[in-house]
Design a protein around this ligand. Structure first.
Ligand code: AKB
Length: 317
């Protein structure tokens, strides 16, 4: 039985990953840590929660030691668009949390999961059927951190035997906690805005394709990869995974089929547009399928139905 510490647990992924891990590994075997008091209070309503600055190596180490942690799930990150506003801070936070996770994993013989992202790719990467192993020259500080993180995690595996595994997450669509500061956020924001006001102004060009994943598939991916037979893994950091690829125009058409009164327009953010344009249109995830059985279930129609239902209920619509 694993004893898991999730750092950065108060964000979009952590809010749903902690309860998911509790179901799989037992309620008391999962601890959620976050820097912010409000996040710690929120996590504390469904799991053991600790306030932790993942950049404070000693405090992080003490938490790992005191709780007999044998798996660290590192979700600490400034996302792509926010990262461009303060690249030095993004490097400090994104790399600081990862370096501390890997160093402590080496010391305490723990496994590490740190998501990478489609952000690890750049303009010079093939955009269609983006291969697992290909050109990785990202154009954002977020992407630079992701590629560095992938290399460092593989280094810790080969050099010190740290069981580090990872996936390259596409945009994740969910209805728990809002994402913040990402380029793919529009695909979540639109549901709230349409249900609240009937209108959405999109910052991404209408024909910009990006990979997307619905949260239930993302949660399954994390557990499935961390439970995979290590002898079957030819790759570790990180696996391409995806389920759908669409552009804003296509997503909005799906919403309009269900809510005919919904209206959309565009006010393109040049920073986000350039980032979206540099990322894959659709990744090839066949290595994940072959090496650990990745088999996502949620395609666009089912996702849109579920998002409208869940967010509608949340907003009392
Ligand atoms: C972002 O848009 O920055 C993230 C990501 C795809 O990694 N959602």
């Amino acid at each position: 039985m694993k004893r898991i510490l999730v750092i950065g647990a108060g964000g979009q992924i952590g809010t749903e990953l902690v309860p998911h891990l509790q179901k799989v590994y037992g309620h008391d075997n999962v601890i959620g840590a976050d820097l912010k008091d409000e996040a710690v209070a929120k996590i504390g309503s469904y799991a053991r929660a600790i306030k932790l600055d993942a950049l404070d190596f000693n405090a992080f180490g003490q938490a790992v030691k005191d709780n007999n942690i044998d798996a660290i799930f590192n979700l600490v990150a400034l996302l792509s668009a926010t990262g461009e506003k303060n690249p030095e801070l993004a490097w400090k936070i994104n790399m600081g949390a990862l370096v501390n996770s890997l160093t402590l994993a080496k010391e305490f013989k723990a496994a590490v999961f740190t998501p990478s992202s489609i952000g690890a790719f750049g303009v010079s990467t093939p955009h269609d059927k983006t291969p697992q192993d290909t050109v990785m020259r990202p154009d954002t500080i977020y992407g630079v951190c992701k590629v560095t993180g992938e290399l460092l995690s593989d280094y810790y595996y080969h050099r010190f035997g740290v069981d580090a595994r990872s996936v390259r997450f596409p945009g994740i669509i969910s209805n728990g906690c809002l994402p913040g500061g990402g380029t793919t956020d529009y695909a979540v924001e639109v549901f709230y805005e349409i249900l609240k006001t009937g209108h959405y102004t999109c910052p991404i060009p209408e024909d910009s394709y990006m990979d997307m994943l619905y949260m239930p598939d993302a949660l399954n991916a994390v557990v499935q990869l961390m439970e995979a037979d290590p002898s079957k893994l030819k790759h570790r950091n990180s696996f391409n995974i995806t389920c759908m690829s669409f552009c804003p125009r296509e997503l909005f058409a799906k919403i309009k089929e269900r809510i005919p009164s919904a209206t959309f327009d565009y006010n393109v953010d040049p920073v986000k547009a350039a980032i979206a344009d540099s990322w894959p249109n659709m990744m090839d995830d066949s290595c994940a399928r072959e090496e650990w059985g990745w088999n996502p279930q949620w395609h666009i129609d089912a996702m849109v139905d579920d998002m409208l239902k869940a967010i509608g209920a949340k907003l009392g619509k």
